[in-house]
Design a protein around this ligand. Structure first.
Ligand code: NAI
Ligand code: MG
Length: 320
């Protein structure tokens, strides 16, 4: 029996995660769920956004269903999600962009790059170190090439013309692709951002460093209807965390208007990861049927609330 940690986090995490959890529980009544509290709200109340015991709790789970956390742009506040990704060594951030005529997977290195956490502030300047290691690049390249091997090809998103750190990244990814017999090409990330939006059919698996992947995946949401739809997986050797690509959306929190699709699809990715692709497909199919029936949240031009959309998916799942 799988143990699933459930982290709502902040903002709309409190609305979309309960919906996703209910659907998970419906398709897998044998799963054991336990709640873990982290985030800015917790920090405001207790002075700690994520304690050591919390990390241990997360490590004890077979998989983590995560909402989103608010991170204020404050030099004194450390991002909880970065802390969790580092502590659990969740090195591969897998972001499928799938919709009509679009089937792309962005594989983002998730533990180093510009989000290595090595930074400091001086009176008149602030520095962030961009770390690209051979080991870090090798493992993300291997993950991306394994995925691309069962699909079509690999694109390496980079800025090696300007950043020495990306010369190493491209070198390692290219070598790994050659070793594994995966067709591959390198593209500069700025031009790639535009080209991916204009010609999505030219892209299959895209591997890139941490911040480039962060930005590229939000931009790519444009191809399939916005941030409310995109799920993601954060994969490590011993842990896996599933979360929407979007954040805590404080501008719409607490109004029952957030789109829960990204969270529900993240739950489907969790099911696949735990070895149940049939239930994952059933959940995906249920979401499709509800959307096709015209039941949509406000971001997609509809009038359904977060809970009402969730209830509709739950009904579809129940009827399979
Ligand atoms: P955001 O993704 O929360 O929101 C961007 C825009 O998309 C907002 O207008 C929001 O209303 C809309 N949106 C996002 N998700 C939606 C959904 N499910 N349904 C309908 N509309 C949706 O990004 P933003 O505003 O830049 O950041 C807000 C907070 O979230 C910040 O504190 C940021 O640090 C945090 N954040 C957390 C992430 C995480 O926990 N993985 C990821 C990105 C941001
Ligand atoms: Mg982001």
């Amino acid at each position: 029996m799988a143990k699933v940690a459930v982290v709502e986090g902040d903002g709309i995490g409190h609305e979309v995660v309960p919906v996703a959890r209910e659907i998970l529980a419906a398709v897998r009544p044998d799963f054991e769920f336990f709640d873990v509290e982290v985030g800015y709200g917790l920090w405001e109340r207790t002075g700690s956004a994520c304690g050591e015991e919390t990390i241990a709790d997360l490590q004890s789970a077979d998989a983590i269903l995560f909402g989103a956390v608010t991170t204020p742009p404050d030099p004194g506040y450390r991002s909880v999600l970065l802390q969790i990704r580092h502590a659990l060594d969740l090195y591969a951030n897998v972001r499928p962009i799938q919709g009509e005529g679009v089937d792309i997977v962005i594989v983002r290195e998730n533990t180093e790059g510009l989000y290595s956490g090595i930074e400091w502030t001086e009176p008149d300047r602030a520095c962030t170190v961009r770390v690209v290691s051979r080991r870090g690049s090798e493992r993300i390249a291997r993950y991306a090439c394994t995925l691309a091997g069962s699909r079509r090809h690999l694109t390496i998103g980079n800025k090696a013309n300007v950043l020495k750190s990306d010369c190493l990244f491209v070198e390692v990814c290219t070598a790994e692709a050659a070793r594994m017999g995966v067709p591959c090409r390198a593209r500069y990330i700025d031009a790639l951002c535009l080209d991916l939006l204009m010609h999505p059919d030219l892209y299959d698996v895209v591997v890139t460093t941490n911040m480039f992947g962060d930005i590229l995946s939000d931009a790519a949401a444009y191809l399939v209807g916005g941030l409310g739809l995109l799920p993601s997986a954060n994969i490590g050797k011993r842990a896996a965390l599933f979360e929407p690509v979007h954040g805590s959306a404080p501008d719409i929190a607490g109004q029952n208007i957030a789109n829960p699709v990204a969270a529900i699809r993240s739950a489907a990715m969790l099911l696949s990861h735990l070895g149940d692709p049939a239930s994952a497909a059933a959940v995906e199919e249920a979401v499709h049927r509800v959307l096709r029936a015209g039941i949509r949240t406000r971001d997609l031009g509809g009038v359904a609330g977060t809970r009402e959309f969730g209830a509709a998916v739950l009904r579809e799942v129940g009827q399979r």
